[in-house]
Write a protein that binds this ligand. Structure first.
Ligand code: NAD
Length: 283
């Protein structure tokens, strides 16, 4: 019925996810009966599941009448062949984080990429974007790379300790934005010396992965610095960048904006991004 939504998050090790609280609260604020539950693939009771079980999980969600699912690690790629249709961003990325279940159809979207673009546009609206260096070319890195180029970055350098990953990311981004827009970076000091911005999309700085993704001396005060890591919200990189006078975009902004995008796809209603940001900070 109108105004009632049943949603869920499918992923591994998601017990502490803030997404249910964020989505349910925005639903309440809008007068919707919105419930959001976790479908955790890693359970201590031995009833966990893997990629091979994903078709069954989707069918189950449909049978229970769910209206949509968010999908996270390790299922973002595996879910793609199980869907009827994909948004342009999801097709570009070959990864889906939001599935809308409606009228017997499963449609995949990627609000990591649109969410990063929205976070950058809102958080660093007038930061120069001629040259940006992206460190980390895994799942988050590719999504963020699309977001950066969508927001007008002129030339994006991609660096990863795994050279194959950097190369694969560049090939994927170049398919949409052209060879001139993106290149592999091996000389990180050289690339950062001429850059306007630095984006971290490695897990370095997360709880359990302490440290900096780039040498401290490369973080100049006139760079803007964006981190996708949001556990903790203030990473070592963000703290160092602030101390040097850099403009910063911490990872919480992307986390909230991907949820804003998902809420809008699930409910067909605009979400209040500022209110969701406030709620997120309170959690
Ligand atoms: P991933 O494992 O797929 O990719 C990480 C990549 O970083 C790998 O290719 C690895 O080789 C590279 N790397 C690691 N250390 C490096 C270093 N020092 N220098 C250069 N490259 C290095 O992981 P992922 O799924 O892309 O996630 C990365 C991070 O992004 C995680 O901390 C995750 O929590 C975060 N994330 C945040 C959001 C958000 O909404 N803010 C969304 C998605 C992911």
């Amino acid at each position: 019925s109108i105004g009632s939504f049943s949603l869920g998050l499918v992923g591994g090790g998601i017990a502490r996810s803030l997404t249910p609280a964020m989505q349910e609260r925005e639903g309440r604020e809008q007068g919707l009966a919105l419930t959001y539950r976790l479908v955790d693939a890693e359970r201590p009771d031995g009833r966990g599941f893997g990629v091979d079980d994903l078709p069954e999980v989707l069918t189950g969600a449909e049978r229970f009448g769910l209206d949509g699912l968010n999908v996270t690690h390790p299922f973002k790629q595996a879910v793609v062949p199980l869907l009827d249709d994909l948004s342009e961003a999801a097709a570009d990325l070959g990864a889906v984080n939001t599935v809308v279940l409606r009228d017997g159809k499963r449609v995949g979207h990627n609000t990591d990429t649109t969410g990063y673009a929205a976070a950058l546009a809102a958080g660093l609206p007038d930061a120069p974007r001629d040259r940006v260096v992206l460190v980390g070319a895994g799942g988050a890195g590719v999504a963020v790379g699309y977001g950066l180029l969508a927001e007008g970055v002129g030339r994006l350098g991609v660096h990863d300790v795994d050279a194959d990953r950097a190369h694969a990311c560049v090939v994927r981004l170049a398919k949409r934005y052209g060879d001139h827009a993106v290149e592999v970076v091996t000389d990180l000091p050289g690339a950062l010396a001429g850059a306007d911005g630095l984006v971290n999309a490695t897990p370095v700085g997360m709880h359990g992965h302490a440290g900096l993704p780039v040498p401290a001396e490369l973080v100049r005060g006139d760079l803007w610095v964006s981190d996708v890591v949001y556990f903790p919200l203030e990473t070592e990189l963000v703290a160092l960048a602030r101390s040097r006078g850099c403009r910063v975009l911490p990872g919480g902004a992307m986390a909230v904006q991907q949820a804003v995008g998902a809420f809008e796809l699930f409910t067909g209603r605009p979400a209040d991004a500022e209110r969701m940001q406030r709620h997120f900070r309170e959690l």
